[in-house]
Ligand binder design. Structure first.
Ligand SMILES: [Zn+2]
Length: 241
């Protein structure tokens, strides 16, 4: 599908700033907390769900008393308590189309995909390609986690790894479980990617998929290249080293 690529940033008068977090679950809680501790002054949380008792072990911003309340409301309250002056915007909605994600992302400097399903992950990936914003993808299930950073037009994207979302959702935190410490680690590293992009400093995980195995302690930075058949493939000579 070919679509017009809107300008990025939207306007010099209103430069995007802050971080959009898609998902306020385990990854999103850890990433949001780490972002505030790193000095990020504006965060937008997007999640339609309520706090559930079965998820508390991996969602570090919530308490037992929060069960049944909206995740974005409780997360925003807790982050604001910890960090005076922090601006937290709330989007109590499921962002699972490129259009919906692009609408929110274009007002932010970096977007983190901390969702828990392939539909949202691919929608975030496609929104980043279409609207041209930097995206950090992270996921964790069972004992394995992974993350990568996408620089549209210059680095490999999620579709270079998986052409399309799988027919079935596959292992998820709901049906396979996940370790809280692993979720925390991946969320923390996603925040680090955002800090590197915002500063900018260091080497974001462009063209690399970082895989983490909780039981062995092994980490691998798997080299990636933009797939010439993928919609993300850039012009020759513009690939990030
Ligand atoms: Zn791609």
């Amino acid at each position: 599908m070919t679509a017009a690529k809107p300008s990025w940033p939207p306007s010099p008068a209103t430069p995007p700033h802050g971080v959009l977090l898609i998902g306020a679950g385990g990854l999103g809680c850890a990433a949001a907390l780490a972002l505030t501790q790193a000095g990020v002054s504006r965060i937008t949380l997007a999640d339609p769900d309520s706090v559930a008792l079965s998820n508390l072990h991996r969602q570090m911003l919530y308490r037992t008393a929060d069960v049944g309340a909206g995740k974005v409301d409780q997360a925003a309250r807790r982050l604001a308590e910890n960090t005076p002056g922090l601006r937290v915007d709330k989007v109590c909605a499921r962002l699972d189309t490129p259009e919906a994600i692009g609408q929110q992302a274009r007002d932010h400097a970096v977007t983190l995909d901390a969702s828990d399903n392939f539909t949202t992950r691919f929608a975030a990936n496609d929104a980043a390609l279409r609207f041209g914003f930097p995206l950090v993808h992270g996921a964790a299930t069972g004992f394995a986690g992974q993350l990568m950073t996408i620089d549209p037009g210059r680095s490999a994207c999620l579709r270079c790894l998986f052409t399309a979302p799988p027919a079935a959702e596959g292992p998820t935190c709901q049906n396979e479980g996940v370790l809280g410490p692993l979720v925390g680690e991946v969320g923390w590293l996603m925040a680090m990617e955002a800090v590197k992009l915002l500063a900018p400093i260091g080497q974001p995980l462009w063209n690399r998929l970082l895989t983490i195995h909780a039981l062995t302690g092994k980490r691998r930075a798997v080299p990636l290249r933009p797939d010439p058949r993928c919609r993300c493939h850039p012009q020759p000579g513009t690939v990030t080293p």
